[in-house]
Design a protein around this ligand. Structure first.
Ligand SMILES: Cc1ncc(C[n+]2csc(CCOP(=O)(O)OP(=O)(O)O)c2C)c(N)n1
Length: 594
């Protein structure tokens, strides 16, 4: 039986063609580099309506897809060939897995008939990083892709879709026609509902389903603590942003009269900057951290409270009650003073709504802790940054190189306001985090921090540019990280309509100098010869500026004034004599007297 709306199956559809069409129902963007294992798949993407951005190293296939998803919330596809192509993705894949980014990685793989001499066990490699592999077969392709997408989204992790090499041009087994219109939204909904478990079926019918495991006793304990709090504080992490809990966080802070703070990955989540203490941990202001230590009740929402956020255990004062809202069963953080944790497990938005429904109205104005705190207003003592100019009036240190704080402060004035910042890892990460304000959390992503890797900064640009094409991409990277991902400087210049690359060029692996150099290890392996990144950028067709003085940064003003189009790389020759405050904490945590 067939209806006029049912498209007749295309005879002889190959696996890559069917795969591309199945994926097109979930994603519009792929980032790839071609080889034997994925050439046919890449060839099918345009016809399926998926745009492909070519990158120059496979790490960038995943790093760009990861960045795209972090910013847009939409699923992206990375694609690489088997073997070497896949192993080149591994560091970026580990980062995406650790950062809990849902995405798909389509790769070639060994033939179903058995491994060839050059094949490696890709499934084991992915599994070692906590990433699941689904090996494609000739039947059930649509359902397999749907399952992969659902799994990626549910687990918030990448999923690998592997194409066995002997199937790269094989014809798929078409499903029997069902005699119903598969393009009809009603049909799609009812089919989806029919295959979903009961709770999900309820959700598709619009019925609320519980998304919290917090018990009434736990909620009551939290509410009692909040009711008694004299100095409450609301601290938000990336989990709160992912849950879309921004409005509830604002409402809770308002209701409690609480100042707010965020982790580095949730900067900008609170809409009222007047009461925001900024980032907790080593990127924060000393005076703001002193305020947090005085809080008697801290509501931490979707924040993993890692050692950096917690200032190596020193963030919270003694006897603080810590109300954790988290979807995972998180253990209390390590702290130097004893704190009492009350865990409310569940979706941040939902748990906050439950708290708000029970909390009494706002206290009399003037009595709020946040109103009593002085100097919270923008530009007040709690928010002012030392830009180094008191010590180095022209921004230059004793060694003749620039004070990075002065460079960061000047860049904060010059960078286009509509920007998305993507950060590599290294000692320099503090500068963007401390000096460049962020409108909302997804406008500053740190690709590399979850897995503690460097070298993914330039590799993310294509993804950022695709996710936010009307915005300026700002890359902040060290000279070490930039050299590691130099291949994708070409990609950055080619793909971004508007891009500023800031290289914090200290002629060293600075983070190593400031830890192992400080411990007395020999410095030569920590040093990098002076590299002319401005010239490298020019060789790829970008504007390259060597920055030896603060005045040299005026080139950015001119670039912006003339439309902020194309790529400008600022090769900032900064001094190693200025150590970031967060790095001082790392030094102290490693037993160094500083
Ligand atoms: C892939 C990888 N290799 C090595 C390291 C160790 N490491 C951490 S920070 C760092 C130095 C980074 O140097 P650079 O990019 O120049 O930034 P800087 O620290 O100088 O600001 C290194 C080598 C790492 N984290 N990841």
């Amino acid at each position: 039986m067939s209806s006029p709306n049912v498209p007749s199956p295309a005879p002889g559809r190959t696996l890559p063609r069917a795969l591309a069409h199945a994926l097109a129902r979930h994603s519009t963007h792929a980032f790839g580099l071609m080889g034997n294992g994925n050439a046919h798949f890449i060839d099918e993407l345009p016809a399926a309506g998926i745009s492909l951005t070519q990158v120059r190293h496979e790490a960038a296939t995943v790093a760009s897809a990861d960045a795209y998803t972090r910013i847009s919330g939409r699923l992206a596809i990375a694609t690489a060939t088997y073997g070497a192509g896949f192993t080149n993705t591994l560091t970026a894949l580990a980062e995406a897995a650790q950062a809990r980014t849902p995405m798909l990685v389509v790769v070639g793989d060994a033939p179903t008939t058995g491994a060839r001499p050059w094949d490696v066990d890709q499934e084991m490699l992915a599994a070692a990083m906590g990433v699941r592999t689904i090996t494609l077969a000739l039947d059930d392709l649509d359902a397999t892709v749907d399952r992969a997408v659902a799994s990626a989204q549910r687990s918030r992790r990448p999923i690998v879709l592997a194409i066995p090499y002997d199937l790269v041009t094989a014809e798929i087994i078409e499903p029997e026609p069902l005699g119903i219109d598969l393009n009809d939204p009603e049909v799609i909904r009812s089919l989806a509902a029919a295959t979903l478990p009961a709770a999900a079926r309820a959700a598709t019918r619009g019925e609320p389903r519980p998304r919290t495991a917090a018990t009434p006793a736990e909620l009551a304990e939290a509410l009692t603590a909040l009711g008694r709090a004299e100095r409450p504080l609301v601290l938000a992490g990336r989990g709160a942003w992912i849950s879309g809990a921004g409005p509830e966080l604002d409402a809770l802070a308002e209701r409690l009269g609480a100042p707010t703070a965020s982790t580095a990955l949730a900067r900008g989540i609170f809409s009222d900057a007047r009461y925001d203490l900024g980032v907790t941990g080593g990127f924060g202001q000393e005076s703001a951290m002193a305020v947090i230590a005085e809080a008697d009740v801290v509501v931490a929402v979707g924040a993993s409270l890692n050692q950096f956020t917690m200032r190596f255990g020193e963030l919270l004062g003694a006897e603080t009650t810590l109300i954790r809202v988290d979807s995972d069963q998180v253990a209390p953080p390590r702290t130097v003073h004893p704190v009492k944790q009350v865990l409310l497990r569940g979706d941040a938005k939902e748990v906050l709504r439950m708290l708000l429904a029970e909390l009494p109205g706002r206290r009399a104005s003037g009595a709020d802790w946040r109103e009593r705190l002085t100097g919270l207003e923008p530009g007040g003592a709690l928010r002012r940054r030392a830009d180094g100019l008191a010590e180095h009036p022209d921004g230059r240190c004793a060694d003749g190189r620039l004070d990075p704080r002065a460079v960061a402060a000047r860049l904060a004035e010059l960078l286009p306001e509509d920007r998305h910042v993507t950060s590599d890892g290294g000692h320099f990460i503090g500068w963007a985090n401390m000096f460049w304000p962020v409108d909302s959390p997804e406008r500053m992503i740190m690709v590399g921090t979850a897995y503690q890797t460097i070298g993914l900064g330039l590799a993310t640009v294509a993804g950022v540019a695709a996710a936010a094409p009307d915005s300026t991409v700002v890359v902040t990277t060290g000279d070490g990280g930039a050299l590691m991902s130099l291949a994708d400087l070409e990609t950055a210049v080619r793909t971004a309509g508007s891009c500023v690359i800031v290289v914090w060029n200290d002629a060293a692996y600075g983070a190593e100098v400031h830890l192992y150099g400080a411990m007395g290890l020999a410095e030569p392996p920590m040093l990098i010869p002076e590299t002319d990144f401005a010239a490298l950028a020019r060789s790829f067709g970008a504007t390259g500026v060597r920055v030896d003085s603060l005045a040299d940064l005026d080139a950015l003003r001119e670039w912006s004034a003339s439309g902020a189009r194309g790529t400008i790389l600022l090769d900032c020759r900064v001094s190693r004599s200025v150590v970031a405050p967060y790095q001082r904490e790392v030094q102290r945590a490693n037993g160094l007297e500083v």
